[in-house]
Design a binder for this molecule. Structure first.
Ligand code: AMP
Ligand code: DBH
Length: 538
């Protein structure tokens, strides 16, 4: 059985194969190419895992899941934090052709429900230490609305659970791998989104493996690479740009951190001689502050490269990185949908500090469209349009949204406003999609607005971004209510609905009405301007 998804046209697929981008190998090759190596692949706390150990664990888990009846073409909902088991599960599922959605650990009921209803998983793998799974309430609810769910496997298992640890340790002599074909869906990546329901991005072995290999080339990852994974492991950026998968591919070592704070990361960098890590801009600010306050520059001596992406990095902050952290900066502008841009390791200061890099593949087709979909000349700002060997061709089961997100030639419109320099570097100028980028964590305005509209005292609502000196953006909900509503009440209400904490509005403004544009849509630009003016006077 295969999972249906929007394929690349045959002519492009042929070209991508011809040019050696698509190798027709499963993603499991990333690990199995090092299967005999005793080199340390992964360190989680005081647990080191060699390549051989990691591969063996994935192999044993795959065998156990296969014995439980999971089959190629099935799907799984997985929610694990930054722990070694995350990668064991990922590669185990790939080995048996079960396509997972790797939910972020910060996700709650709303997000998991949305993913489950879209993929109809046969398997759930979760952590009893996550609030949602501390007891069986949510599990029961999930089983009820998700009849496809046959198996639940728990990390930190309670008595009576099927234990992940046990399955990882079971023998597997008779196992035969059954990965999905390389041009089929390997797993689903999460979109930051701009719509009511979080959208899923089918990623094939061929396209994702190319994205990883090309990233490894551009970023110079190899056996000597020691990558600190401090962002959520499931996120596309620390997973594939080049991230943990790139580190594994190159034969280096991944060290896991629980969060990107300086207090968590600096000791790990020093202890494990980390050479590269990936951060979002707010974490960079906190690192710079920590170095200033603690004077702990020496702890970072091994760090050669700091990647920064996920949200816009100011030129001022960028310039401080080499000066104050003593390492090279690489800007990364990517998206779970595909396209990834990097500044080059030998770029001059202007390109490194002032641009968001250039598309990594010679076959990334990127151009800038005006509001009518017509190409704009070099240097002008407009919509980012792209297609290429690792950029998806359609969200999973979302024909209506796809009709709006792609043009007739299959170019994806990311909703970013960019300009392109004469030498092909991209400058992110802004955003057109209705999304708030809260320090790299994306919030789809419509998703939160829809939930707020279910509140019986709320008549109208608009969620907009407001400037924040640390996070870049925070969210503010403008609410027309039947009565005055306090921020704590709104936040408590959303929390009770089971929304990830980072999506709760940072500020609530109750108003008598919302400004409208001439066509009668809520004028969010005006609301953002009002907020900015108010922030200035505060
Ligand atoms: P997602 O849909 O969650 O994968 O997020 C991708 C989006 O994050 C992009 O479309 C951009 O809006 C934003 N983004 C990622 N990297 C950068 C960057 N370096 N600078 C500005 N925006 C970025
Ligand atoms: O923000 C992102 O989604 C992102 C940023 C940098 C990404 O997906 C990536 C690199 O691959």
């Amino acid at each position: 059985m295969t999972i249906s998804y929007t394929r690349w046209p045959a002519s492009l697929a042929a070209r991508y194969r011809e040019r050696g981008y698509w190798l027709d190998l499963p993603l499991t090759d990333i690990l199995s190419r090092h299967a005999a190596s005793q080199h340390i692949a992964l360190i989680d706390g005081d647990r080191p895992f060699s390549y051989q150990h990691l591969e063996q664990s994935a192999h044993q888990l795959a065998a156990a899941l296969q014995r439980r009846g999971l089959r190629c073409g099935d799907t799984a909902l997985v929610q694990l934090g930054n722990i070694a088991e995350f990668y064991m599960v990922f590669f185990a599922l790939l080995k048996i052709g079960v396509a997972p959605v790797n939910a972020l650990f910060s996700h709650q009921r709303q997000e998991l429900d949305a993913y489950a209803s879209q993929i109809e998983p046969a398997l759930l793998i979760a952590d009893r230490q996550h609030g949602l799974f501390a007891n069986d309430d949510y599990l029961q609810q999930l089983r009820q609305c998700c009849p496809s769910l046959r198996d639940v496997v728990m990390h930190n298992a309670h008595t009576g659970d099927i234990s992940l640890a046990e399955l990882l340790g079971t023998g597997a002599d008779d196992f035969v791998a059954t990965p999905s074909a390389a041009d089929e869906v390997a797993f689903f990546q999460l979109s930051g989104g701009s719509t009511g329901t979080p959208k899923l991005i089918p990623r094939t072995h061929n396209d994702y493996y190319y994205s990883i290999r090309r990233s490894v080339e551009v970023c110079g990852f190899d056996r000597s690479t020691r990558f600190l994974c401090a962002l959520p492991a499931a996120h596309n950026y620390p997973l594939s740009s080049p991230g943990a998968c790139g580190t594994f591919y190159g034969g280096g070592c991944v060290v896991l951190a629980g969060d990107p704070s300086a207090s968590s990361c600096f000791p790990l960098i020093e202890k494990h001689q980390i050479t590269v890590t990936a951060l979002v801009p707010p974490a960079v600010s906190l690192w710079l502050q920590a170095v200033q306050e603690w004077g702990c520059h020496a702890a970072l001596a091994s760090l050669r490269l700091l990647q920064v992406g996920g949200a816009r990095l100011s030129e001022a902050l960028a310039a401080r990185i080499p000066a104050e952290l003593g390492c090279r900066l690489q800007q990364v502008f990517g998206m779970a949908e595909g396209l990834v841009n990097y500044t080059q390791l030998d770029d001059d200061d202007w390109h490194t500090f002032c641009t968001q890099g250039k598309p990594m593949s010679p076959d990334d087709e990127v151009w800038v469209a005006d509001e009518h979909g017509q190409p704009l000349p070099i240097g002008e700002t407009g919509r980012l349009m792209t297609r290429g060997p690792y950029t998806f061709r359609g969200y999973y089961r979302s024909p209506e949204h796809n009709a709006k997100s792609f043009d007739a030639d299959g170019f994806y419109c990311s909703g970013d406003l960019i300009s392109i320099t004469a030498d092909g570097y991209i400058c992110v100028q802004g955003r057109e999609k209705d999304q708030i980028n809260r320090g790299g964590e994306k919030i789809a305005a419509e998703e939160i607005e829809n939930l707020l509209l279910r509140h019986d005292a709320i008549l109208q609502v608009a969620l907009v971004s407001m400037e924040d000196h640390l996070l870049g953006e925070k969210s503010c909900a403008f609410i027309v209510g039947l009565r005055p509503l306090r921020a704590v009440e709104i936040r408590r209400y959303l929390r009770a609905l089971g929304v990830a904490e980072f999506k709760l509005p940072d500020r609530i403004e109750t108003v008598d009405n919302l400004p409208l544009t001439p066509v009668g849509k809520v004028d969010k630009k005006r609301l953002r301007e009002q907020l900015a003016a108010r922030q200035l006077t505060q």
